[in-house]
Ligand binder design. Sequence first.
Ligand code: HEC
Ligand code: HEC
Ligand code: HEC
Ligand code: HEC
Ligand code: HEC
Length: 367
Amino acid sequence: MKIFIFCFLVFKSLTGNYLDSKSCAECHDNIYEEHKGSMHHLSSIHKDPFHRAVKEKTTLEKYDCAFCHSPVASNLLALKNGEEKPNYKSTEENDGVSCFYCHQITKVMEAKHQNINFYNYSGGKPTFFANIKDPDMSDKHDSQSNEIYQNSRVCMGCHSHKYNSFGVEICNTKSEPIEPQSDCVGCHMPKTNGSPVKVDKKGRSNYATHDFLGIRSNEMIKKAVELKLIKTKKGFDLTIKNKMGHPLILQPMRLKYGQTTIERDGNIIWKNFKASPLEDKEATFTVTYKNDAGVEVLPPQAKGVLFKNNLGANQSKTIHYEFPLQKGDKIITQWYSLIVRPELAKELRLEGEFLKIYEGIKTQIIY
Ligand code: HEC
Ligand code: HEC
Ligand code: HEC
Ligand code: HEC
Ligand code: HEC
């Protein structure tokens, strides 16, 4: 019996022993609970219906999305070439952007189509990287600090930029003058009271949260932009300022817009669009793509851009509206945000949160 156990341990350590995210919960209970609900945990084709729908409509044979959406899969190259298909039973694939994966990245290399994560693991007891000062010992893993977890470089293997197979830019987090690197961790992993481990031998009072809130959080949507209304001779001006450390639109299928209405004696007498916010192209932010025939297509099929309205980090724009205003008229601008454009959600048969209209900030003036 003893011999059997011994052989089993040697076998495991030689082949490389993936520790799934659930296994971290034993000691990192708070962080695991946050991570479990985050889009990092839910990023795989098996858990994100939006990702699955776009993949199935565009790249049926190959699955090169796995490099960022299921990076722990042991058969990444076979998935990319289409020799193997995603397997819904695979723990590694279902784990998405997992704890183990993120904390093994030691370096991010710049590349043309998308960056490359350098992964440290080669088997045996793993070393996890982050920035805890003087980390306590653990029998499950070693700990080591690495500056890319402090300066946010660790995010840039997957979030920096992506070009599709036709060389069309699909997203770009860095194409604006923020040097050396915007503080992703500062905005997306705020510190909270509590301990990073269950048995807190070092008496730590706070830790970096792992919810990675973004487009699905009312609280975060409220921090996206600053809105300002000013009276003019012929009407009013609306200034929209992007407050984030990256362009307003990252994932191109999102829809974000300012809805402006004028109220007179309690009745709405004007709105900047009737049925779809896209009627006011200045105040609506999204990116759509076309094929060679000029027909709208999904990002993986894009040969060129059909429509693009975006704002870089900290960039602002002013829109001039003309309207015969009267004294006492109330002008109101409300910011809204959707995970996916409604007509696209319908086409992809997405439901629930994908149809939700998230409310951002609101501003108003009396003429
Ligand atoms: C270079 C890394 C990378 C690759 C490769 C990649 N993605 Fe993504 N994808 C991301 C990141 C990062 C996000 C989150 C972006 C955001 O929210 O702005 C994302 C978000 C998405 C979303 C939005 C999901 C949601 O529920 O909000 C869809 C859909 C998507 N990707 C589809 C795909 C498809 C289909 C492929 C393969 C053809 C693919 N991606 C390949 C990095 C990548
Ligand atoms: C048996 C308990 C235990 C388990 C299981 C465990 N850890 Fe830890 N981990 C610790 C302890 C203890 C520390 C040090 C905490 C401190 O100093 O406050 C730590 C620290 C860390 C750090 C910080 C490293 C640094 O240098 O800043 C990371 C990252 C980490 N763990 C990741 C993980 C991941 C990922 C898993 C699951 C695959 C995991 N841990 C499972 C006990 C554990
Ligand atoms: C291994 C690739 C990878 C790394 C590294 C990574 N991400 Fe992500 N991230 C993704 C993917 C893929 C998604 C989208 C998942 C989906 O929606 O299906 C995502 C989603 C997100 C979202 C949520 C978007 C939403 O839906 O609101 C935020 C915020 C985010 N990442 C921030 C970060 C930050 C900050 C870092 C660095 C600490 C980081 N990510 C590191 C791949 C990665
Ligand atoms: C100044 C704060 C700030 C910084 C710095 C910042 N973000 Fe964000 N980010 C936000 C806010 C607020 C949102 C949610 C509102 C929105 O998306 O409109 C967001 C949204 C996102 C989303 C989802 C957006 C979408 O349209 O799908 C991703 C992914 C993301 N951030 C990643 C990053 C990465 C990676 C970095 C570092 C390069 C970073 N963020 C730096 C504030 C910030
Ligand atoms: C998208 C990448 C990413 C994922 C996924 C991720 N982490 Fe982290 N983690 C980070 C970064 C970046 C830091 C450093 C944050 C800081 O220092 O402000 C960090 C910090 C930590 C720390 C140190 C706590 C502290 O306050 O510095 C621990 C422990 C940890 N992570 C464990 C985990 C565990 C366990 C999981 C899964 C349940 C996980 N992480 C998932 C990126 C990630």
